[in-house]
Design a protein around this ligand. Structure first.
Ligand SMILES: Cc1cc2nc3c(=O)[nH]c(=O)nc-3n(C[C@H](O)[C@H](O)[C@H](O)COP(=O)(O)OP(=O)(O)OC[C@H]3O[C@@H](n4cnc5c(N)ncnc54)[C@H](O)[C@@H]3O)c2cc1C
Length: 402
C-alpha cells in the first residue's frame, strides 16, 4: 500500500514514524523547504500527548525539543490575587505522565528526524495543489510540478488543509475566534515555575512559565475583526512589543517584568478553530490533526490530539482488513473525542474574550468554571494510546512515567 502523507508537522511526522513501526512505507510531502520552522514559539503538551509519544517509542523527542515538565495552573486576577488553581502535582500518579513545554520548531525537527531515521521518505518544498483521481488511487500534484501516485492520501496539512479543500470543497472553513495569540521568550530573574501562571489582566490575558531563568510567555490580545495575513507578516516587532507592554501596563509585576525583558522575534497568530466536519474520510482519503479538528490553543490539546490521531491511524492501517475499513474505524474511534475537545477549547477562549468586560463576574465564577472543567480535563489527560507491539528501545526519554 502506497501511503502519501501531506504535511510533515506534528501529526504527519508522528504518523510517518508510527507507520514505519507498523511495517508500512509512507511518503511525506511537506510544503516548507526544510524542516527548520522558526514559527510557533513554544507549546504545551498535555499528559495524554506525552503518553502518546511514549507509547510510540518517541519519548526522546521531548528532551530534543528542549522540553521541561510543568503541571497545573494558577489563575490570578488583574490585581495579582490568585483566584483559582488547577493542581497538577498528582498528574504523574493519576495520568502516568506530566505535561511538558516544548519549543515548537525543535519538536517538528525532532519528530521529522526520527521518522526519517526509521526510513520514512520526506519530500520538502512540496506544496500540494491538486489531487487527480486514478483508478484505485490518487495522483498528487505539487506546486513545483512534481507528482506522486498513491493508494491512500492522508491530509496532515494543518488548519488550512489543501487535502480537505480538494476532497470536500463544500466543507466549512476555519472560524476566527476573536483572539490574536502572541508570545516569545524573555531572560528573567525569576525562580523556575512549578505551575503555569495565568493572569486575567486589565485588558488582555497573559500566561508564563519560567525554566532556567527563561520565561516562556504568551498573551491573548482580543480583536474583533480578523487581521489580514499581510498585516501580521509585515509586523514591526518593536511597535508590536510596545503595544503589548501598553496593553499590560496596569497589570501586576511578574507580567510587566516578563514583558520588559521580552526580546527577539515575537510570533502573532490569529486563533481559529474548525467547525465540525461532516466527514473526515472517504474510501482512500483521510484527515488527521488540525486538518480534521483544529482546536483553539486555549485548550492546550491540539498537539496532543495530533499525536493520538497518528497513533490510532497507524494501528488501524496496520490491522484493518482493507484501507476503507481502516479509515472508517479510525474516524469512529477519534471523531467524538476530538470534537468534544474543540467545543471545550472554544468555551475557554470565549471566557478570555469576555474577561475584559466582566472582571468581577469572572473572578467570582472562575473557580466554579474550573471545577466543572475538571471532569473534561480528566477525560482529556486520562486517554491512553495503546502501545504498538515491539517498540524499539525508548532512548533516555527524560520523561517520568508511573
Ligand atoms: C499560537 C498557537 C499556540 C498553540 N499552543 C498550543 C499548545 O500550547 N498546546 C497544544 O497542544 N497545541 C497548541 N497549538 C495547536 C497546535 O500547534 C496544533 O494543534 C498542532 O500543530 C497540529 O499539528 P498538525 O500536524 O495537525 O498541523 P501543523 O503543525 O500545522 O502541521 C501542518 C503541516 O502541513 C504543512 N502544509 C500545509 N499545507 C500544505 C500543503 N498544501 N502541502 C504540503 N504541506 C502542507 C505545513 O507546512 C505544516 O508543516 C497552538 C496553536 C497556535 C496557533
Amino acid at each position: 500500500m502506497k501511503i502519501l502523507i501531506v504535511g510533515g508537522g506534528i501529526a504527519g511526522s508522528t504518523l510517518a514514524f508510527a507507520l514505519r513501526r507498523a511495517g508500512l512505507d509512507p511518503i511525506v510531502a511537506e510544503a516548507r523547504s526544510d524542516v527548520e520552522d522558526t514559527g510557533g514559539a513554544f507549546l504545551a503538551l498535555a499528559p495524554n500527548g506525552v503518553n502518546g509519544l511514549l507509547a510510540l517509542g518517541l519519548g526522546d523527542v521531548v528532551g530534543a525539543a528542549g522540553g521541561f515538565e510543568l503541571s497545573g495552573l494558577d489563575f490570578h486576577n488583574a490585581r495579582g490575587r490568585r483566584i483559582a488553581e488547577l493542581p497538577g502535582e498528582d498528574d504523574l500518579r493519576v495520568y502516568g505522565a506530566r505535561g511538558v513545554v516544548l519549543r515548537r520548531a525543535r519538536l517538528h525537527a525532532a519528530l521529522s528526524a526520527r521518522a526519517q531515521e526509521h526510513g520514512a521518505t520526506f519530500l520538502f518544498g512540496a506544496r500540494l495543489v491538486e489531487l487527480r483521481a486514478r483508478q484505485d488511487g490518487w495522483s498528487a500534484v505539487f506546486d513545483d510540478g512534481r507528482t506522486v501516485d498513491a493508494d491512500v492520501v492522508v491530509g496532515a496539512d494543518g488548519i488550512w488543509s489543501a487535502v480537505r479543500r480538494l476532497t470536500w470543497p463544500e466543507a466549512p472553513v476555519p472560524s476566527y475566534t476573536g483572539i490574536v495569540d502572541c508570545g516569545g521568550w524573555a531572560q528573567v530573574h525569576l525562580p523556575d515555575s512549578v505551575r503555569q501562571q495565568m493572569y486575567f489582566g486589565h485588558r488582555a490575558f497573559f500566561g508564563y512559565a519560567v525554566k532556567d531563568s527563561v520565561a516562556y510567555w504568551f498573551t491573548n490580545v482580543t480583536r474583533e475583526d480578523e487581521p489580514a495575513r499581510s498585516e501580521l507578516d509585515g509586523l514591526d516587532q518593536d511597535a508590536w512589543i510596545t503595544t503589548i507592554r501598553q496593553l499590560h501596563a496596569q497589570d501586576p509585576d511578574p507580567v510587566r517584568a516578563v514583558l520588559a525583558a521580552a526580546d527577539g522575534s515575537l510570533g502573532a497568530w490569529p486563533v481559529y478553530d474548525m467547525p465540525e466536519l461532516a466527514a473526515w474520510n472517504t474510501s482512500n482519503v483521510c484527515l488527521i490533526g488540525d486538518a480534521a479538528h483544529a482546536v483553539s490553543p486555549s485548550s492546550g490539546q491540539g498537539a496532543s490530539l495530533a499525536i493520538e490521531d497518528a497513533a490510532a491511524l497507524s494501528r488501524h492501517l496496520r490491522d484493518g482488513p482493507d484501507t476503507e475499513a481502516a479509515l472508517a474505524a479510525f474516524v469512529r474511534e477519534r471523531k467524538a473525542r476530538a470534537e468534544k475537545i474543540v467545543r471545550f477549547g472554544r468555551q475557554i477562549g470565549d471566557r478570555k474574550v469576555a474577561s475584559a468586560a466582566g472582571n468581577l463576574f469572572r473572578d467570582l465564577t472562575l473557580g466554579l468554571f474550573l471545577r466543572m472543567g475538571a471532569k473534561a480535563t480528566q477525560e482529556q489527560y486520562g486517554y491512553r494510546v495503546p502501545h504498538l507491539p515491539d517498540p524499539p528501545h525508548d532512548t533516555a526519554s527524560g520523561v517520568g512515567r508511573a
